[in-house]
Write a protein that binds this ligand. Structure first.
Ligand SMILES: [Zn+2]
Length: 493
């Protein structure tokens, strides 16, 4: 019997605004779609938080024994700078500025995205489809929407008729917006646009002559609107209706609202049973933004090469920090917060390491079975990882008491405690105790400092053979010493 049969879960559904009992469409199977990155620059740390939260959801559902098909797309075309279908395509713009092919931009930042996620111990999704790989499906979807009377063509571009749609459906139901309010709050069209109404959104855009990324279609040589790819790809791989759709809070409107409208217009069904939205990541209490400079890249956080934090942080510490807040809360990235998480992370890892050296006795002074159920209950309650972590620390406290001979544990309970700790820490939270990624590692730095001192002593004693030996053998190990006027420094190759 799979674990999910005895662990019913509740999910906060953004569509209804309520925590609901989760029932998958097909028993034992879950279809989950998460909007992936637009690969025109290094992946944003806020997006990494979103993907990390859904990585944890994916991991827990798999742990419960569900067969999960997790689809996370790569947006490699069609995402314009402006939500109102204006501005340049983000990838094309980057390609123009750097004078390279758009697909070089896509390749570079897709590799960067995968590298960061691998470093942070993400599980790969089941399918990672790209927008450019699904142009045919998107054209077919547009045709369906036009045939059903919800799309119109003007000068080679096709738009979704939001007003027409709203006569029979409810546009705005996910983001709790009313079309009347949207009309009231948007500027009137300036005559430059082909749209009937400013609320309409592009399904297909005719490409300007200088636009490199273009495909033939029944309407024009052009490219699909950004919202379309997710509808085309989620329908293709998960069906007309599927279980979970996730993404960052900022995608609720207009992106996810448009996805719902497209599905309902094309197929006549609302596509998703449970909408999940991960909240924002802030930096020192303020919104992260490139324009204000209040931003840090994931690799800068990992390497310590930034002006915000006093040191580098290991991937496990970053994951632990994220799991200490509910995915639905705003999370504030601060130096103090990360330093506290680092302490907590190593305390947890030390507790797990102690499990190997503990000797069992006849009985236990702690109820391991009910503790285990509390861990599951926390995650079953809308993936409440901070509560789970509190329970894990309860176990760490117990483990330390056993070590100090202030508590005892039976052999059966020791086995249960060990498997449960491993399951939640390694499998569900995805924490790994690996050293920091490069020269930021405190322990490595400490060891190299010792060798630098020994070399200085050797030099002071005119033992140049020993001094050179230390330098050369460190170089062979990939650590290069540099003698400068302020002393010796090192770098890791
Ligand atoms: Zn999407």
């Amino acid at each position: 019997m799979q674990l999910y049969t005895s662990n019913p879960i509740k999910i906060y559904n953004s569509l209804t605004g309520k925590k609901e009992d989760f029932t998958p469409i097909n028993e034992g199977h879950i279809g989950m779609y998460v909007c992936g990155p637009t690969v025109y620059s290094n992946v944003h740390l806020g997006n990494v938080r979103t993907f990390m939260s859904f990585d944890m959801v994916f991991r827990y559902l798999k742990h419960l024994g569900y067969k999960v098909r997790y689809v996370r797309n790569i947006t490699d075309a069609g995402h314009l700078e402006n939500d109102a279908d204006a501005g340049e395509d983000k990838i094309t713009k980057k390609a123009r500025l750097e004078q390279i092919e758009p697909m070089e931009v896509v390749q570079r930042y897709t590799v960067d995205f995968h590298n960061i996620l691998n470093t942070l111990n993400f599980l790969p999704p089941s399918i990672e489809p790209t927008a450019t790989g699904h142009i045919i499906e998107q054209i077919a979807l547009i045709q369906k929407i036009i045939d059903n009377g919800f799309g119109y063509e003007v000068n080679g571009s096709v738009y979704f008729d939001v007003h027409k749609f709203n006569e029979t459906n409810e546009y705005g139901k996910l983001s709790k917006r009313k079309l009347e309010d949207l009309i009231h709050n948007t500027r009137a069209l300036d005559g430059q646009s082909d749209k009937k109404n400013p609320q309409d959104f592009a399904l297909w855009k005719k490409a300007e002559p200088q636009h490199i990324m273009r495909w033939p279609s029944p309407w024009s040589d052009g490219f699909p609107g950004w919202h379309l790819e997710c509808t085309a790809m989620s329908t293709k791989y998960l069906g007309e209706q599927f279980d979970i759709h996730g993404g960052g809070m900022d995608l609720k409107f207009p992106h996810h609202e448009c996805e719902i409208a497209q599905n309902e217009a094309a197929i006549g069904k609302s596509p998703v049973n449970y909408w999940m939205h991960a909240n924002m990541l802030e930096l020192n209490g303020a919104r992260m933004s490139k324009s204000t400079g209040n931003t840090v890249n994931p690799d800068e956080l990992l390497s310590g090469e930034n002006t915000f934090f006093t040191k580098a942080f290991a991937p496990g510490v970053i994951r632990f920090f994220n799991a200490q807040a509910s995915y639905r809360s705003v999370l504030d990235l601060t130096d103090e917060g990360l330093l506290a998480s680092e302490k907590g992370f190593y305390k947890l890892m030390d507790g797990i390491a102690l499990l190997n050296s503990i000797t069992a006795t006849d009985n236990s002074t702690f109820d391991v079975s009910s503790w285990k159920q509390k861990c599951y209950d926390a995650m079953n309650d809308d993936f409440n990882s901070p509560i789970l972590i509190a329970h894990l620390f309860e176990a760490v406290k117990y483990i330390n008491q056993i070590k100090d001979q202030k508590a005892t544990i039976s052999a059966t309970d020791l086995a249960l405690l060990t498997t449960t700790m491993h399951a939640f820490v390694y499998d569900v939270l995805g924490l790994e105790n690996v050293a920091e990624t490069n020269s930021g590692s405190d322990k490595l730095a400490g060891a190299v400092e010792v060798l630098i001192k020994l070399r200085q002593e050797a030099r002071a004693n005119k033992d140049f053979a020993m001094s050179d030996k230390i330098r050369d053998e460190l170089a062979d190990a990939g650590i290069v010493l540099k003698d400068g006027k302020d002393g010796t420094t090192f770098s890791v190759n």
